[in-house]
Design a protein around this ligand. Sequence first.
Ligand code: KIV
Length: 271
Amino acid sequence: MYIPKPLDKKITIPYLNQLKQQGEKFACLTAYDFCFAQVLEQAGVEVVLVGDSLGMVIQGHDTTLPVTVGDIEYHAAAVNRGLEHAMLIVDMPFGSLNSQQQALDNASQLIKRSGAQVVKLEGGITQIRTVEILSKYSIPVCAHLGLQPQSVHKLGGYRVQGREHDSAIEMKDTALQLQEAGADLLLLECVPQQLATEITELLQIPVIGIGAGVNCDGQILVLQDILGISGKAPSFSKNYMQQQNSIQDAISAYVGEVKNQNFPDASHCFS
Ligand code: KIV
C-alpha cells in the first residue's frame, strides 16, 4: 500500500516545471469543499481543481454549462480554506470568456476572492489572445485541449478528440501556440495516448492528462468518480473505493498509482 506523504512545501508553477524536468509525475484531483480539500492535502495531491464539473457532480446538471463564476468562486474559497500547500486551480465557466476584457475581469475576481493561483480555460485556438492578456496581467493559466465539455452542444456528445491525422496536427500546433502565448500548464482531456505523449514531449510546460495516457506529466480525475459515487464515471476513470476501506486510503492509492505510473493503464487510455 502507498504511504501518503503530506506535502511539505507550497506547490508552485516553477516546482511543477522542475517535476517535469525530473520526469516525476504529479497527482491532481477535483474538489469542491473544505473537508475534501483537507483530505486531498493530507494524501499529497499536488494540484486541486475546482472544475466546472461541479455543475454535474455537485449541482446535478446534465452538462457543465449552467455553472457561473459565482459558483466557482464560492466552492474555490471553501476549498482554499482546506489547503495549505497544494496548488489551487479554478475553471473559467462557460460564458465567462466571451471577450478579453470579460475574461480578465472574471479571472482577476476569481483569483482575488477565492485565493486560487491558476485559472483553467477551454477554447483552444479561440482563446490564444486571452491567454496572452491574462499572462501579461500576471494571471497563471492552464489551457485545456482535447475534449472540451463546454462545447458539448457543438460536438454533439463527449468523444475522444485528435484521432484523425489533421486534428492531431492541429492540436499539436494549438498547444505550441498556447505555450507561446504564455500558458503555464496544459490539460489534455480524452486524447489518444500517442498524441498526448507527443504533445507532452513537445511542450516545455507541464501537461496534465485525463483520459490521455500515462505519459502526461500529471494526471487528474474527478473526485466523485474515483470514489464511485458519481453514478456515471467515464471509462478512463477508476473507482479506488473498490479495494480500499476509507476515502483517505482511496485517495492515497490514486496518488500512489499516479506517482508509480500504474495509473492510467491500457484499460483507462484511448488509442
Ligand atoms: O471541470 C473539471 O472538473 C475538469 C476536469 C474534468 C479536468 O475540467
